[in-house]
Every structure is written in C-alpha cells, then in structure tokens.
Design a protein. Sequence first.
Length: 493
Amino acid sequence: MKAGGFVLVVPEGDAPIFARIAGAVVADIRRGRLRPGDTLPGSRTLAAALGVHRNTVLAAERELALEGWIEATPGGTTRVCATLPESPPRARPAAAATRAESVGFELGPEPPAHVSPAPPGGAIKLLGGLPDLRMVPATALARAYRRVATSRRAHELFGYADPRGDELLRAELAAMLARSRALALEADDLVVTRGSQMALYLTALSVLRPGDRVAVEALGYRPAWSALQAAGAVLEPIPVDAGGLDVERLTERVERAARQGSPFRAVYLTPHHQYPTTAVLGQPRRLALLALARQRRLALFEDDYDHEFHYEGRPVAPLASADPSGQVIYLGTLSKILAPALRVGFVVAPRPLLSRLAALRAVIDRQGDRLVERALRELMTDGELERHARRMRRVYQGRRAALARALEEQLGDVVSFDVPRGGMALWARAPRVDVDRWASACEARGVVLQPGSRFSFTGERVPAVRLGFAAEAEPRLRRAVRLMAEALLGLGR
Ligand SMILES: Cc1ncc(COP(=O)(O)O)c(C=O)c1O
C-alpha cells in the first residue's frame, strides 16, 4: 500500500492482519527503510490505504508501541522511536571476516560421538527405533497444548518450576507405571527428563566416579554407551545370546573383578526387548542378576524403551518391580509410544538418588518444557495416550507379521530369525552374507537398514541385520524386502 510517500508491503499469511501489519513495519525498520524519528501516516490514512478497519491499524500500533518500535509524539502523530529495541542495520554490513573459523584456545576432550546422519529423504527406513510418525495423535496433542497454554491459570505454568518435572505429569506417569508395570509408585518416585538419554546421563553422573567399571551388552545401544563414557565410566562388554544378556558370564566377570580389587559398579541393560536383538531376558537370569546386584552392590540401569510394544502375552514386568533393596534405576521414554521430538523420558529410582538427579538437572537444564509436560498429562488423563498405544500395538503387530512373511518368501534361504515377541524391529541373521556390503547396496536402492556391526561394542562384523518394521506401512515393508533381495543378487551373494 502507498500513503503519501509511505509504502508498506503487508505479507500474506495465517497470522492476524494486525500482526502482519506490525511485522511489516518492523521489517522496514530493520531494513533501514524506516529510520528512527520517521513519522508514520495517521491511522485513518493507513487504514484506508491498506483497506482495513482503523481498529486493525490501532491494534498494530499498540503492538509496535508495546515492543518499543514506535511512539506517539506530543503533537498526536506516531513516529519510529529514537532508541530501537534492536540495533538498526549499519550502512554497510560488518565484514564476515570478523567471525572466527577456529577456536583461539585449547579444547577439552572430544565427546563420545554417536549422532548418526539422517537417512536420505524418501528412503524406506527400516530403522529399529522409529515409531510411525504419521500416526502421532497430533491434533489431540495440539488441542491439549492449546488448552493448557490458554487456561485461566496458564500464567502459573510459564515460570520456573520443579526440575523433577511437572507434578501432575509425574503423578499420572506413576499411576500408569503402577497399572502397566507392577511398579508401586508415587509422583515423587520419578523424575521427568528430556528423553531417557538425559535420564541415563544424569544417572551416570550421579552414581559413577571417573574410572568406574560398568558392564554393558556386547551388542547394544551406542548412545547409552556414550552417556556412560561421558560420565567417566570404563565399559566392559558382556555377550548376549538368544536369552538376552549372558548373566552367567557377567557373574564370572564381576566376581573376578572383585577378587582383583577393581569391582564393577553398575550394569546397563535392555532386558525387556534386548537392543538390538529383541531377546527377552528370562526369569532365571533376572533373578540371578538381581541377586548378584544385591550381593556386589551393583547399580542396574534398566532401559525399558519400548515396553508397550509386546505382542505375545503380557509385557514382562521390569526388574525394578522386584527390587526391594534399591539396586535398579529404571529408565523409560515416550519417544516410542508417541514421538522422539517431544523429548520426554523418565527415571524411577530410590528417592535419595532422584534428589541428586534433580539437582544436577537444574545445573544444565533448569527444568523441562512444562507446557508440553502438562499437555501430555492431559492426553494421559483423557486416556488418549493409552488408546494410541493400543492402536499402535495392533498396527505394529500387523507390520511385524508382514515383514516376517516377506522375509520368509523372498529371503528365506538366506536369513533366519525368531519372530520377535515384542519391540519394533526384527533381528535377522545372515551368516553367509557380507551384511555391511549388503546394507550399502540396499541403501543405494533406497532402503535403509542397520547391519549388526553398528551395534557391536568392538565394531567387529556381526552377521545379522536389524530391520525396524514400525515406521513403514505394510506395502513399503514388502517393497523393501523385494529391494533387499535384488540388492543381494547384485552382490552375487
Ligand atoms: C535402547 C534405547 N534406549 C532409549 C531410547 C530412547 O531415547 P530417548 O528417550 O532419549 O529418545 C532409544 C531410542 O532410540 C533406544 O533405542
């Protein structure tokens, strides 16, 4: 629009018109087209030129004045403030060379790295940890967030809060864990963290001293190892087999280390659906592990990342549900049941440890995202979260069957596998195939899967692949297996 010599371009968009007018004025000030002291046309002139009601222009001006961009003059006109909320652009931009490309001091130790590159867009992703993000109950979540953020008492949620997480969410999680996992809990028996990754790191910092020995699964979850190592742990891999962590081997190692005077302090494990093999740790091994932990005063970091997705009978109750002596630190997440981007995980542990975790959390993060936490609590009280979990369990069960069938039909002579009792992935052994080359050939055909070496503590070859079935619909799973078979033919086996 043009009013006298004044031109204002108001962009299209979903924001209310008054906000877009205000935004256009700010953009002009930033660009230097409007300068401190410049007078704006009167509101009537502006409204007529823009074809909007005068109240709309007045609302935009109120917004701009509140933010400190414009002010009314004693003479009744409106002008750009002499002192702006941001510095105006310089006549010529500062030379880019002022930004240093290197650091001018010594860096500390390299952090243990684990962030894998994002797979190419459009690829069929058989990545074990991914839920189907197209099915996230986004509308219910957005509605809950809006309800929370605009409620009469929302202002109470916008400030600093408990580093342990929103109390109402903790209470709701405690009730859910009591119902579904035989954990007798109250809100104060858990801390909500940004993902279980943060929970594990805080736990490691609170429990371990640099140099402490920690046992991990020899095939396992690399980001967890990084968290433990970042806290100074020295990790020792223990074999896993079709029954999960080999507790007998663990016991031998723990006893030997104790005799040698350098005892183990902790064990990190995924007993429900062993990562990556999906094996369920059987009852005798569970009992032996708990007894060993009590006897040798070990902390057990129990990562139960996809508890809800169990298809054969009921999920197995966690180690934490049979732990009267306080050995187990139980880690859970909403990343699988809902979405990783929400960054909501939790840790259940004896209260003296939780208060340390909370104090440490406050050092690096102060608190979680309280509005998201409260919105999630709404989803839980509405029953939406459990409904979603039930829905996804059915969907994933169908996908598990579709993947298993396609593998048998197309690759039955090459791979062998047990249909997983739970989880979101299938562990397929392929002893006669160079699976690393096979995975690369698959990726070239648009199928991303993880070869066994990715999960190996030593990085050695493991003749197996992990095939996630949760994130892709059944036709795409079948197509992926077809492409895997083609890729294998291309390798000449
Ligand atoms: C074994 C394991 N633990 C934990 C997590 C969850 O991490 P977070 O809650 O930090 O998203 C994952 C996710 O991939 C996982 O595979």
